[in-house]
Design a binder for this molecule. Structure first.
Ligand code: ZN
Length: 416
């Protein structure tokens, strides 16, 4: 009984917050009341403003809160006779009207349908960032957090400046909500100083339910002699899925990537496991040694192989520590060809597993990271491959990677 009423009241509080958030997001996140504001001009290649002249009036009405007249003006251009871009813009405008309407409130499901119809018509117009942001906003209203996060994650790559930072912040918050702490930290990093500011806290409070009423003592690393209440506390702590911590690029002192050479990652399809098979094995295991090693590896990949950046997205050392390699936003250089690298996350375990065995900590971290990545990108269990199998399937030359001592573990953990 008590539990039920708690659930109900929390649900209500959450609904209120979600409404608040919508207003907040329209003002703050999708501040481009019209397309021209953010993604438009910069990404249209200068050739054409996305906000077209025929619809300028409609956008103005929307910005001034004249939803009904904006709707009418947009609707007039939502006809098959219109060129794709105009019709796409009209549909996008109609979707934005649904999101902006308050009395009566707009229909999020209808907004999603309109925006999804607009999206392909506007492909390449420079509006992708704004459309994805609006889709994220609509899904957020429906409390489809995963879908909201996916659209915001995609939109991020098409946004600039403040919009990009806000998008990263939202993705971080949604990952946190899903319990993917390491990925949340990754995206918080991308949000930069914004993630330490008041606006981020406000945004977070608007999206996430209040922190569970956790007794303060549960936060302490070593509670004084475990009394009767100890099991209850640890259950509380354990109920939160703890993501593996990832040591960020900044921490190990990565150099900048060669931006012009970077390719966007595209939708994630696969995870590939490697070993680094270094000629000179990494024998020392202090964190400083590993940092040095990673910087050498990055330098070798950039200056020896002429790649844009370190090849792998994640690296795991013998202690089981996970390091961020190339940011996940960009295709790696690990699979063997450009095509194979598309949408393919490269995870490398540091070592040569043709000669030595991976450590238990290394294997445990690999499993944890891979499971987290599969879940957050909604990939089925079987979407993990060993480098050797991937190359073989693609008809490329043989590789022993990730090594004969790794393969039994790989099969045990990831066999479909
Ligand atoms: Zn490999």
């Amino acid at each position: 009984m008590i539990q039920d009423s708690q659930v109900t009241s929390r649900f209500h509080a959450h609904a209120v917050r979600t409404r608040l958030l919508s207003t907040f997001m329209i003002c703050a996140m999708a501040s481009c009341g019209a397309l021209a504001g953010c993604a438009g001009a910069q990404h249209a290649g200068g050739s054409r403003s996305v906000r077209s002249a025929p619809l300028a009036d409609a956008w103005r009405q929307l910005a001034d809160g004249g939803i009904a007249s904006a709707r009418e003006l947009f609707a007039a251009y939502n006809t098959p006779q219109q060129p794709h871009l105009i019709r796409g813009e009209a549909l996008f405008g109609l979707g934005k009207c649904e999101l902006a309407a308050t009395e009566p409130a707009g229909d999020a499901a209808r907004a999603i349908a309109l925006l999804k119809e607009a999206s392909p018509l506007l492909a390449g117009s420079g509006a992708t960032g704004a459309v994805e942001t609006a889709l994220a906003e609509a899904y957020l209203r429906q409390r489809f957090y995963e879908l909201a996060r996916e659209h915001m994650e995609r939109g991020y790559h098409f946004l600039d400046g403040t919009e990009r930072v806000r998008a990263a912040a939202l993705v971080a918050i949604l990952y946190e909500h899903e319990g993917f702490d390491a990925l949340a930290a990754n995206w918080r990093e991308r949000a930069g100083p914004f993630a330490d500011g008041a606006e981020f806290t406000e945004m977070r409070a608007a999206i996430l339910p209040p922190a569970p009423p956790r007794p303060a003592v549960a936060e302490l690393p070593a509670a004084p002699p475990a009394g009767k209440s100890a099991p209850q506390q640890s259950a509380l702590v354990a109920s939160k899925p703890s993501g593996a911590r990832i040591v960020m690029r900044k921490e190990w002192g990565a150099g900048p990537p060669r931006r012009k050479q970077l390719e966007p990652m595209g939708p994630i399809k696969l995870i590939t496991i490697h070993h680094t098979a270094d000629e000179q094995p990494l024998v020392a295991h202090s964190l400083r040694d590993v940092y040095d090693y990673l910087r050498r590896l990055q330098s070798f990949h950039q200056n020896g192989n002429h790649w844009a950046d370190i090849g792998y997205h994640y690296l795991i050392d013998a202690q089981g520590r996970i390091f961020e390699g190339r940011p996940l936003a960009y295709q790696g250089a690990h699979a063997g060809s450009g095509d194979l690298n598309e949408g393919n996350i490269g995870v490398a375990l540091i070592g040569d597993f043709d000669r030595t065995r991976p450590t238990a900590q290394q294997l445990a971290s690999m499993k944890k990271l891979v499971d987290q990545l599969l879940k957050s990108h909604r990939l089925p269990h079987g979407k993990v491959t060993a480098h050797s199998a991937l190359r073989e399937k693609a008809g490329l030359g043989h590789t022993d990677c990730p090594g004969r001592y790794m393969m039994p573990h790989f099969r045990r953990m990831f066999a479909p």
